[in-house]
Design a protein around this ligand. Structure first.
Ligand code: AHR
Length: 335
């Protein structure tokens, strides 16, 4: 797939486009006939959008939900039918089926896992309802959805791994990994990118288990690692998100060790709590994963419904932070 990277400037531009596109119908918030599927955003009516969110597993997810709800507001010409599936794939697919039966104008999905989407995406296509993916990818054919907007998870893993290789790669380093949700695109791709970047270094992965992207999951998996290997035999934690890193910090402190010193920590997301832990020296490096995708997704939905030429693959660029960079960035962080 062709990659289109969007910088902060482009994001601002897209936001302006989204607002213009949606206010051209006067921001009509009158009710549309969802049951008949006659929302017809292209004709100037309210656009009825079903959004199937993963759940509320992390700080990143809360920021993403907030961004989507703000972008798909009534003032912007949308009626949002929101569903959060609590990280349950069957429930998320059932929610999408519900949107199809309801006859919404468009469906947006943040897919929990990559596999298993072919049938329901085909049903949406047969019903003539365009699907736009946000955040995570699927393994189903690209013909089954109109656009995908999100982050380059593999590149995030590469950035994290390159920093680890530079800082710790020349000395014997025993690493444990806190994986995201099994089968999800970020868990798969962040592992692939990181592993490639540390190849040939002295960093040894001694264990890797899922903490499901949650703080509690990260804490209990880290407690298990400490119990199995001993706190003195773990040098580095690579956490697939900040929430799991924050849970690991609690487990490390409870075991009487100092996170960021005795055990180094690298994570991904750069949400406020994670950045504060980096500033406090408890996390050593964070690669960003930008959750503020709402305006871009809303612009894509409007474009698809209006029959415009919408870029099929839209990557949003991520930054990375060491302690000094986090200190400088934290006061202005939006999430
Ligand atoms: O898909 C993005 C990932 O999902 C974020 O990194 C994680 O925090 C969230 O749960």
């Amino acid at each position: 797939m062709k990659k289109r990277f969007l910088s902060g400037m482009a994001l601002a531009g897209a936001a302006a486009f989204a607002l213009t596109a949606c206010s051209s119908d006067g921001g009509d918030t009158g009710s549309s006939d969802a049951a008949s599927g006659d929302g017809g955003g292209g004709g100037g009516d309210t656009i009825v959008v079903g959004f199937a969110q993963t759940g509320s597993e992390s700080g990143w997810r809360s920021a993403n939900t907030e961004s989507m709800k703000t972008a798909f507001s009534e003032d912007n010409g949308f009626e949002l039918v929101f569903n959060a599936a609590d990280n349950d794939t069957a429930a998320q697919i059932a929610a999408v089926r519900g949107f199809i039966n309801q006859g919404v104008d468009a469906i947006v999905i943040a897919p929990i896992v990559e596999d298993g989407w072919d049938d329901v995406l085909t049903e949406a296509a047969d019903a003539g309802i365009p699907v736009i993916l946000e955040d995570r990818t699927v393994s189903a054919s690209e013909d089954l959805y109109a656009a995908w907007i999100g982050l380059d998870f593999e590149e995030e893993g590469v950035k994290a791994g390159e920093w680890a290789a530079e800082m710790y790669g020349d000395e014997e380093t025993k690493m444990v990994v806190l994986e995201g949700t099994t089968g999800s695109a970020p868990a798969n791709d962040r592992a692939t990118g990181f592993d490639a970047a540390i190849e040939g270094t002295m960093i040894e992965k001694i264990d890797s288990q899922t903490g499901d992207f949650t703080r509690d999951g990260g804490k209990s998996v880290m407690e298990g690692f400490i119990q199995n290997y001993g706190v003195d035999n773990i040098d580095l934690v690579y956490a697939h998100n900040d929430d799991m890193a924050l849970g690991a910090i609690e487990a490390i402190e409870a075991a009487g060790a100092v996170p960021g010193e005795d055990i180094k920590i690298i994570s991904i997301d750069a949400v406020h709590d994670g950045m504060q832990a980096l500033v406090d020296g408890k996390i050593n490096y964070i690669v960003e994963c930008n959750p503020l995708l709402g305006d871009l997704v809303a612009a894509a939905v409007t474009g698809v419904i209006n029959g415009d030429d919408v870029e099929a693959v839209q990557y949003v660029e991520d930054l990375a932070f060491d302690q000094a960079a986090a200190e400088a960035a934290l006061p202005d962080r939006k999430y």
